[in-house]
Design a protein around this ligand. Structure first.
Ligand SMILES: [Zn+2]
Length: 253
């Protein structure tokens, strides 16, 4: 599951946590409330309640933040996206690049563009995230200079272009497969928004694996390893149930 705003909203309303993307969480709550028939005032009050619980900023700012999100909640319905299918053409576009890091970056950008398209049909293959988040999702740790060089490399090959805005780095991905039979040519399925780069490595046949409890894709460090670090350090009965069956592990190639 990539995103389930209904689930996000219910969790936030239950435990009051807004997570790292507070605006996204609050927007999910607002859309959920609207779907449940709350009027605008009631939606605003619910958001305000959450912000107050988190002691977010000062009361006046809370009010205007809540009002803005409540007002925007009628634009789109609750989003739920199980997975994104990457096509053979797209995987080939990544595979043709020289070097596994830049392949991971291209794969991550392709995924983010397609994910953006799934969330908003008017997205048109754009990625609107800061480069820190993009490289972190791609599991690439490197300096700022090299990050720019990698993006410029993709630009030079005509695979991406940048928006005119100088201050932010919106990226338009130019190698999304829009061929009419793209849907039938799924080569790889992404159903976890964490460690996108590692998922590419798994596809590429590198020694990577899916945690049997939480599904996180990680580099394999031992032949008998079954869990990610987090799950391995947790007592067995508090782990999520083992969902990764054999088919799941094999079916990704
Ligand atoms: Zn895990």
């Amino acid at each position: 599951m990539l995103v389930d705003e209904r689930e996000t909203a219910l969790r936030a309303m239950e435990d009051g946590e807004l997570g790292v993307h507070a605006t996204k969480t609050l927007s999910a709550v607002a859309k959920y409330c609207r779907a449940e028939g709350y009027d605008r005032r009631a939606i605003e009050d619910t958001l305000l309640g959450l912000l107050t619980r988190r002691n977010w900023n000062n009361p006046a700012d809370r009010q205007s933040y809540a009002r803005k999100i409540a007002a925007a909640s009628d634009k789109y319905g609750l989003v739920r996206i199980d997975s994104i299918q990457m096509t053979e053409n797209e995987m080939d576009a990544c595979g043709r690049l020289k070097g596994v890091q830049i392949q991971r970056l291209m794969f991550t950008l392709l995924f983010l563009a397609k994910y953006g398209n799934a969330v908003n049909p008017k997205n048109n293959d754009w990625v609107n995230r800061d480069d820190g988040e993009i490289f972190s999702l791609a599991n690439i740790k490197t300096g700022e200079t090299r990050k720019s060089l990698m993006l410029n490399n993709l630009y030079g090959q005509g695979l991406i272009r940048f928006s005119d805005a100088i201050t932010n780095l919106n990226i338009n991905v130019l190698c999304v497969d829009h061929s009419p039979n793209a849907d039938e040519n799924a080569a790889f399925t992404v159903s976890d928004i964490r460690n996108i780069g590692a998922q590419y490595m798994l596809y590429a046949g590198e020694p990577y694996m899916r945690c049997r409890a939480c599904g996180l894709v990680i580099r394999r460090t031992g032949s008998r390893q079954m869990y990610c670090k987090d799950c391995a350090s947790r007592p067995k009965n508090t782990r999520a149930s083992d969902t990764t069956d054999l088919e799941h592990t094999r079916g990704d190639r």
